[in-house]
Structure formats: structure tokens, C-alpha cells
Design a binder for this molecule. Structure first.
Ligand code: FMN
Length: 453
């Protein structure tokens, strides 16, 4: 056993098969026009035919194309590999003694093997690489290379072996092949200051939720249609005591509201709390103007909503809660806001959780001794938005939360209330007090709200 590690080139799933008549080759593609071309000579045609089926190495392609001393065989093969790769007609496998142990598919046409460069001496996983399961496969994915690679258990063992046994030549050869395919990096190279600032999760979410991965179109793919039903637009009642909110009069708001320009000019983060306490009427008016549900539009597959602020796909997966510390006429505790009925639902045994949320919020506003009167907690029912959108669900929820935060800033300003977004919040406290499965709903943003100074 030689334990030879090689990179094999083969046609991707975008090729049905390749047909040959003499030196004329035709690549048949599912639902696309075939690509026909004349190979420069018979040996070259022989070589390119090998990309069908299990494929072969670049060296072998060059050797076959170079039979009878064809000049420039390497150039010719590299030309065709480059063209095929650009058309996303190729995929690559790492083999050990001819057996595939890792299989790479590229998410764009920029990602192909670096076959002739010399790998660095020190090879290591990148900070932006991650190993995870997808269905039955173990995948190595990198936020820096637009590709993913399915690893066999043998490949995982070889990858793990390199750092512990740098003398293991097979592990070294395998890691060199991974490097050629865009994974692993030079462990001796210092990061640039800009790169240093990106954490794994920042980069990973950024890369995975933008649209430059051309085989994985993110957006409205409705991948769960017919598989699971979309969670309802109106969140079912939680367990708790309903609390009616004081009525809000639209005409009063219209009369007292300042111009948009004035509100924008006046708006600032308010953290200076005086002796006054938030009133029930102000809390009611605030929730009404920010988060009430104005309209439910039924749809056979997924109902959508209207609220005062916009939301991706009009799905409105965001829910609003209030952690009340002090509000005239309202017991301290944690409340869910029901935007359709414009009322609150007081969750049982929630005062301690509400206090903890306030402690975190006050610390994050840089004033641990001065918590706000109320903390608006925004949660996301992610399965509702993920039912429609693929690749961008969390991103869209974050964007929606940003929109909601600005709406809260503007309304608070117009009402003369003190409001400030929070950079931190503890989703675990939310999950505990609500009893919700975090995969069903979890808190994603907070806004501290208090009475005028
Ligand atoms: C998403 C977001 C998070 C914020 N997080 C905090 C925070 O954790 N603590 C804080 O004191 N202010 C926070 N702020 C308020 C900013 O510090 C504030 O907007 C900025 O200093 C500009 O001041 P201005 O809002 O008065 O214009 C946050 C603002 C936003 C939009």
C-alpha cells in the first residue's frame, strides 16, 4: 500500500455525460444547451473523456494528452480544466490509493485547485473553517473559500493527525491537498489588522447570507412548503394573565406629533432618568405606535401582517415583550405584547427574570445603579421567516430588529420618553421565563424605555 494522496478532477452534477465522435466532444447538461467543441487532437480527446465517471488527476490528463509527444500538453489540459471550471462543470475529490476520501463542491466559479503552487510548510485550520454535520455527511466549510468539502472518517483522522504527528507523510499530503482546494492556511503567517477584527461568527454569517454563492441562491426558496406548516402569523396566546392597555386615540397622536424632521433632529439616546415613573398610558401609546398589528392578510401558504414598521416579506416574525420594573398601574414582571388586541399578557412568576434583564440592560448602558423603567425585549420566531427564506433568515430578522429599534427611537422621541437601544441581552433568561424552545423563538434585541427626565 503506497497510501498515495491525489486530487482527482471529474465532471460535476451540471454534466449529464460527454459524447464523442472522433475528436469532437459534446458535453450534455441537464436542462441546458449542450457544449460542443473539437479537441485539438485524439490524445487530448482521450484525456478529456476521462473527466466523465470517476475522473482522474491533472497529471494523468497531461500524460495522456502528451502521448506521441504532443507539445504543450500541460497548457492544453490547463486551458480545458480552466474553461470547465469556469463553467462550473468540474468537481474535485481527494483520493487515497484511488479511493475518494474527501469530495469538494464549489459554490462559485472562482474556486478551483491550486495545483502547481507550493504549499506552505506550516498548515493549519483557518479561524474561519468549521466542521459540521449536514444530513449524513461531515462537512468542512470555510467562510473564506466559496466551497464545501465532504470528509470521510479517514479524512477527518488525517486532518486531526497533522498537528499531533507532523512527521505523518500521508496526513501531510492530505492537508496539502486540502490547502490546494482552498482550505487550511499558512500557520506562520500573521493576520492583517483588518482580518484580526473579524470573529468566526461575524465572517461566517456574513459569507453564508450574501448572494455570491451562485449554486446556493439565498432568498425566498420556500424549502419547507409541503414539509412543515408555517408558524401562524399571530402568535398563539401564551400562558399568562391578560392585562388591558389604556386606549390610544389616533387623533390625539396626530395632533401632538412633531414633524419627522423635528423628531429626527431631536432624537438621541436617553439614559438620564429622573424621579418620574413611566405611565401606563405612555407605555400603551408607545407599544401602539411601534408594534401593534394593523392588518392580517390571509394567504393559502403563509399569512402576512402589517405593523407600523416594515418587515422583510411582511412576515413580521418579531414579537415584543416588556420587562416592567416600574410603571404606574402595572405590576413588575415580564409581559408579552399582543399587537392584534393591543393588550399585554403577564407571564407567571416573571418578576425575578425581569429584574435580571434590567440589571444586564443597566450595566450595558454604563449605569448599573440606574435601570430603566421598562425594557422592551424583541424576540424572533425564526421558523416563521425561515419557512420562506433560505440563507438569510437570521440576517433578515436582525435587519427587522434594527428597523424596529429605530421606530422605537422615533416614537420615544416624539412622546418625550427616554429610550436607548442595548448592545447586549441574555436570551437564556428569556427562554427560561417564557418556557419557549429557543429554536421556536428567542430574544434578539432590547430597548430601554423610561419616563421623561
Ligand atoms: C444597535 C444599537 C445598540 C446600542 N447599544 C448601546 C448600549 O449597549 N449601551 C449604550 O449606552 N448605548 C447603546 N446604543 C446607543 C448608542 O450609543 C447611541 O446611539 C450613539 O452613542 C449615538 O448617540 P445618539 O443615539 O444619542 O445619537 C446603541 C445603539 C444602537 C443603534
Amino acid at each position: 500500500m503506497t497510501e498515495k494522496i491525489e486530487i482527482r478532477h471529474r465532471f460535476s452534477q451540471l454534466v449529464e455525460n460527454i459524447e464523442r465522435q472522433g475528436d469532437n466532444l459534446t458535453i450534455q447538461r441537464p436542462n441546458l444547451t449542450p457544449i460542443s467543441f473539437a479537441a485539438p487532437n485524439t490524445h487530448c480527446a482521450d484525456a478529456l473523456m476521462l473527466l466523465d465517471g470517476d475522473g482522474t488527476t491533472r497529471q494523468n490528463l497531461i500524460a495522456i494528452a502528451g502521448e506521441d509527444d504532443t507539445p504543450n500538453a500541460a497548457e492544453i489540459i490547463d486551458y480545458y480544466l480552466g474553461r470547465f471550471f469556469y463553467g462550473r462543470l468540474l468537481k474535485w475529490e481527494i483520493t487515497q490509493d484511488g479511493e475518494c476520501i474527501a469530495s469538494l463542491s464549489s459554490h462559485d466559479n472562482q474556486m478551483g485547485p491550486k495545483e502547481i503552487e507550493t504549499p506552505p510548510q506550516s498548515l493549519t485550520l483557518s479561524r474561519f473553517d468549521c466542521l459540521h454535520r449536514d444530513g449524513e455527511n461531515i462537512i468542512l466549510e470555510s467562510a473564506e473559500s466559496c466551497a464545501q468539502i465532504v470528509l470521510s472518517s479517514r479524512a477527518i483522522a488525517l486532518l486531526g493527525s497533522l498537528s499531533e504527528h507532523p512527521e505523518d507523510l500521508v496526513a501531510r499530503a492530505f492537508c496539502e491537498a486540502l490547502w490546494r482546494l482552498g482550505f487550511l492556511e499558512d500557520g506562520s503567517k500573521e493576520e492583517t489588522p483588518n482580518r484580526m477584527t473579524w470573529q468566526f461568527h461575524d465572517k461566517f454569517m456574513h459569507e453564508m447570507s450574501r448572494s455570491h454563492r451562485d449554486d446556493k441562491t439565498p432568498g425566498a426558496t420556500y424549502r419547507f412548503k409541503g414539509v412543515i406548516t408555517s408558524p401562524p402569523a399571530l402568535k398563539p396566546d401564551m400562558v399568562g394573565d391578560p392585562v388591558s392597555l389604556p386606549e390610544v386615540d389616533d387623533a390625539d397622536i396626530r395632533e401632538s406629533s412633531a414633524s419627522l424632521h423635528e423628531i429626527l433632529e431631536r432624537r438621541m439616546s436617553g439614559r438620564d432618568y429622573g424621579s418620574q415613573c413611566l405611565t401606563f398610558a405612555d407605555l400603551s401609546g408607545f407599544l401602539y405606535r411601534v408594534a401593534r398589528i394593523k392588518q392580517v392578510s390571509p394567504h393559502p401558504s403563509q399569512d402576512v401582517l402589517r405593523r407600523p414598521f416594515p418587515s422583510g416579506g411582511s412576515i413580521h416574525e418579531l414579537e415584543f415583550y416588556v420587562a416592567v420594573r416600574q410603571c404606574e398601574g402595572l405590576k413588575p414582571g415580564f409581559y408579552h405584547y399582543q399587537g392584534i388586541a393591543h393588550r399585554l399578557l403577564h407571564l407567571p412568576d416573571s418578576e425575578a427574570a425581569s429584574q435580571k434583564m434590567h440589571m444586564i440592560s443597566a450595566a450595558c448602558l454604563g449605569q448599573p445603579e440606574a435601570p430603566a423603567d421598562a425594557l422592551i425585549v424583541i424576540s424572533s420566531r425564526l421558523p416563521r421567516i425561515a419557512w420562506k427564506y433560505e440563507g438569510i433568515s437570521y440576517r433578515t430578522s436582525m435587519l427587522n430588529a434594527g428597523v424596529a429599534l429605530q421606530t422605537m427611537y422615533l416614537v420615544a422621541t416624539d412622546m418625550g420618553l427616554q429610550g436607548c437601544a442595548n448592545g447586549l441581552g441574555d436570551s437564556r433568561i428569556f427562554e427560561k421565563v417564557t418556557g419557549l424552545d429557543p429554536f421556536e423563538e428567542t430574544s434578539i434585541a432590547e430597548f430601554a424605555l423610561s419616563a421623561p427626565l
